[in-house]
Design a protein around this ligand. Structure first.
Ligand SMILES: C[S@@+](CC[C@H](N)C(=O)[O-])C[C@H]1O[C@@H](n2cnc3c(N)ncnc32)[C@H](O)[C@@H]1O
Length: 212
């Protein structure tokens, strides 16, 4: 039945058989094939990373010379060697809220500096009330941008999930001051019932305050 939510769809089954922790892994594989944001040796921060499918994909893409950090409100169990493809980085995970200053401090200390790429697949706990859910998802992108202002290197990339709405459009417009280029990508591997979209913001330009 078109449009009907099917939890155990093709990508869910593929994730199970290929050892990915979530079907979301295929979205990052597809987004990276299209937008090429992950390169060998990069330092990557994944916001809203539980249970860890994106971390597995990012770890494989940056390789053992790169670094991958994940943060989530939920615990992210450590990765066993069997869950990581040979030659992957080993993801480091932190449980906490990215709005917390203490969590941000930890992320700077653990990485030993700024990140090349910030990923955000953060989702609010959906209430089913459209306006409320949209407002919460706009808030999450604003939070991700806040993290980028503190932790993304000049020239770096933010890839973030958004739910289309007028408010989201306003937010994307406001991001144009902070990035040289913003593209939109719709992954085919998103659930058929989902309205989610990803924005790829390249060439981060810190404001003078952030740079100092
Ligand atoms: C769709 S899931 C992420 C799936 C993940 N990309 C993967 O591949 O397994 C969204 C996550 O965002 C997290 N999240 C929402 N708000 C957050 C916040 N303020 N700080 C940290 N994580 C948050 C949720 O706890 C949830 O686990």
């Amino acid at each position: 039945m078109p449009g009907k939510y099917n939890r155990k769809d093709h990508f869910y089954k593929a994730a199970k058989s290929e050892g990915f922790r979530s079907r979301a892994a295929y979205k990052l594989i597809e987004l990276n094939q299209k937008a090429k944001v992950l390169r060998k040796g990069a330092a990557v921060l994944d916001l809203g990373a539980a249970p860890g499918g994106w971390l597995q994909v990012a770890a494989m893409a940056v390789g053992s010379g790169g670094r991958v950090f994940g943060v989530d409100l939920e615990p992210i169990p450590p990765f066993s060697p069997a869950e990581l493809k040979p030659g992957s980085a080993v993801p480091v995970t932190i449980q906490g809220d990215i709005t917390s200053e203490a969590v941000r401090q930890q992320l700077v200390q653990r990485a030993g500096g700024q990140y090349d790429v910030v990923l955000s697949d953060m989702s609010p706990k959906l209430s089913g009330i459209r306006d409320r859910d949209i407002a919460m998802s706009v808030e999450l992108i604003a939070m991700a941008q806040d993290v980028c202002c503190a932790l993304l290197r000049p020239g770096g990339v933010m890839l973030a999930k958004v739910f289309p709405s007028n408010d989201t459009e306003e937010l994307i417009k406001s991001l144009r001051d902070s990035y040289r280029r913003i593209e939109r990508v719709h992954p085919k591997s998103s659930r058929k019932t989902s309205r989610e979209l990803y924005i790829v913001c390249r060439g981060f330009v810190p404001t003078r305050e952030e740079a100092s």
